[in-house]
Design a protein. Structure first.
Length: 219
């Protein structure tokens, strides 16, 4: 049987260590890298070509969903299995929209973790049963890709990236340097974020980013 190469993207060191230990108990699965930052996860995928990425969502710098979109676009042979605490349709549909192949809750059993990894490695979609029970029947959905119900859909990918960095406490100058943009460009994006979300102050933007899962409340 071919070894399934896995990269772990998880912001908490203890959780990464636990995942590495659990994956070590699964035959034919090898952890080839781990990172706490979304950009580092993307870099590891480029360097080590894993079959599967276990991806946390509230990663600093570049959150797991935006990192997923980059991986799916630039490294289509690598599948992304989202690890989440949220057992609801909204988060799952957003992950699906960004190109994730699977969605697994963090309280899953070792058996379910193994099933999910093997399914995703084969290119099959995997969804935790607890989330599946919350899904709206397809005929009742106004938009199966979340649609206008997702407030983040009002923002571009770059604007979501900048919103996350604002919520993490970075200044305009720091964001510009990090993203290779001018400060004026960052300010333009910031103005559009404020306009599209109707949120005028930084505390409000931080609360919004936490609510939609761009950043963690305990980060």
């Amino acid at each position: 049987m071919t070894t399934i190469r896995v990269v772990i993207g998880e912001r908490l060191a203890l959780v990464r260590a636990g995942l590495r230990r659990l994956l070590g108990d699964i035959p034919d699965v090898e952890v080839v890298g781990e990172a706490a930052d979304g950009r580092d996860v993307v870099r590891l995928v480029m360097e080590r070509t894993p079959a599967v990425v276990l991806m946390d969502v509230p990663l600093p710098g570049l959150n797991g969903l935006e990192a997923t979109a980059v991986i799916v676009r630039d490294h289509p042979a690598t599948r992304v299995l989202i690890l989440s605490m949220h057992a609801n349709e909204a988060y799952y549909m957003r992950a699906l929209d960004q190109g994730a192949t699977g969605y697994l809750l963090k309280d899953a059993s070792l058996h379910e973790l193994e099933v999910a990894i093997r399914s995703v490695a084969r290119g099959e979609r995997y969804l935790s049963a607890a989330v599946a029970r919350t899904l709206t029947p397809p005929g009742m959905r106004r938009n199966p890709q979340w649609g206008t119900a997702d407030p983040l859909r009002a923002l571009t990918g770059r604007q979501r990236e900048i919103l996350q960095l604002i919520a993490e406490g970075h200044s305009t100058r720091a964001i510009a340097e990090r993203l290779g943009l001018s400060a004026k460009t960052v300010e333009t994006h910031r103005s559009r974020i404020v306009e599209r979300l109707g949120i005028r102050d930084v505390p409000g933007l931080v609360r919004f980013a936490i609510r939609v899962g761009l950043v963690s409340a305990d980060a």
